[in-house]
Design a protein around this ligand. Structure first.
Ligand SMILES: NC(=O)C1=CN([C@@H]2O[C@H](COP(=O)(O)OP(=O)(O)OC[C@H]3O[C@@H](n4cnc5c(N)ncnc54)[C@H](O)[C@@H]3O)[C@@H](O)[C@H]2O)C=CC1
Ligand SMILES: O=C(CO)COP(=O)(O)O
Length: 333
């Protein structure tokens, strides 16, 4: 099987390496041409996945069209805000039978499209039934180290999801299937916003009670928004929802949580981001989610406060006061 992986960040590189080690012919496309040269020479992604020796049979390319041409499966792992532009370029070179798997977690800020909506509007119709979405609790560094991990792959029909499940599963990377594309992709995108908030709480010096409250009430608003977008509530109790939410709100490897911690400690967003090579998807997804919730008339109090902290320079301490001062209500509404 010939596989192309688009995006050589930490996650794309990890998945490309995992697939190459399974014996597939994998080409990893990187946005940075100089990184392609260094990876080819040193078998290491020194920018995004340092100190991991990449499989000897993994190939690298800076040519997007060439990377997607003639492949049986394409794995798309760019930051979500550039997915559309990349697929406009790549789309015409993808053959109709190709399985397409998106592993990016985010929502576009201007169009408010999820990745499935972006791909359906950008890629040829013949590919739509071949689109699948990989999500779940999976820090790249731990997957690259071979630590046991469970994720979920969603497809419109179970058969397509099963095909992808077979391709990506290993004895340490266990993949489940799901047919709720919207739930699986929204779980992965929205948990980043709540992880930022959990980071803010930690950065302010609050404790485990506050974090547990944010995780649980965060899941409630993720589920509400998901239902408004046609997702199934049960998906949010699964790997792509609760699973990834717990990981990202508690794990020190999370970039989103780390950005939140720095905000809570009083640093400014611009300054925090200027020191980061990696992407914290939740920053843009907070804006997109806030806008989407307004458009759909869904209450998302934690996301709203996160939006105000990030985009209107609200004092994080005041955001907490405002969250706690909301009208008292029943839990299950
Ligand atoms: N790192 C992880 O543990 C996981 C990441 N993801 C998701 O995977 C996606 C990619 O994230 P990472 O691999 O973590 O990236 P990263 O944060 O390690 O690296 C940044 C990536 O953005 C790319 N990039 C920056 N500007 C670009 C542009 N203008 N055009 C094209 N590419 C550009 C870089 O080439 C690099 O691949 C995100 O949606 C993320 O949420 C999902 C699961 C796990
Ligand atoms: O999505 C992830 C793990 O499942 C990675 O989270 P961060 O982007 O916050 O590092």
């Amino acid at each position: 099987m010939k596989i192309g992986v688009i995006g050589a960040g930490s996650w794309g590189t990890t998945l490309a390496d995992l697939l190459a080690r399974k014996g597939y012919a994998v080409t990893l496309w990187a946005y940075e041409a100089d990184l392609v040269a260094r990876m080819t020479q040193n078998r290491e992604n020194d920018l995004f996945l340092p100190k991991v020796e990449l499989a000897a049979n993994l190939s690298f390319s800076a040519d997007l069209a060439q990377t997607v041409t003639g492949k049986d499966l394409l794995l798309l792992v760019p930051p979500s805000q550039v997915m559309h532009a990349l697929m406009l370029q790549a789309g015409p070179h993808i053959s109709p039978g190709t399985l397409v798997v998106s592993a990016s977690k985010g929502i576009e800020t201007e169009t408010l499209r999820t990745m499935s909506e972006v791909l359906e509007e950008t890629l040829p119709r013949a590919l739509h039934s071949r689109l699948t979405f990989l999500s779940g609790p999976s820090f790249a560094k731990e997957v690259a180290a071979g630590m046991p991990t469970a994720v979920v792959v969603a497809g419109r029909d179970l058969e397509t999801a099963r095909l992808v499940q077979e391709v990506v599963s290993t004895d340490t990377f266990r993949t489940y299937t799901n047919t709720d594309i919207m739930g699986v992709e929204l779980g992965g995108a929205l948990k980043n916003v709540i992880a930022l908030a959990a980071g803010v709480s930690d950065g302010l010096g609050f404790g485990y009670n506050s974090r547990a409250a944010l995780i649980t009430r965060g899941l409630a608003e993720m589920t509400r928004l998901g239902l408004a977008k046609g997702a199934q509530a049960a998906t949010f109790a699964g790997l792509a929802g609760m699973g990834d939410l717990v990981l990202t709100c508690t794990g020190d490897l999370s970039r989103n949580r780390s950005v939140g911690i720095e905000l809570g400690r009083g640093r400014k967003l611009k300054e925090i981001l200027s020191g980061m090579k990696m992407v914290a998807e939740g920053v843009k997804t907070s804006l997109a989610t806030y806008r989407l919730a307004q458009k759909l008339g869904v209450e998302v109090p934690i996301t709203e406060q996160m939006y105000l902290i990030l985009y209107e320079d609200k004092d994080p301490r005041q955001a907490v006061i405002d969250l706690m001062a909301r009208d008292l209500k029943a839990e299950n509404v």
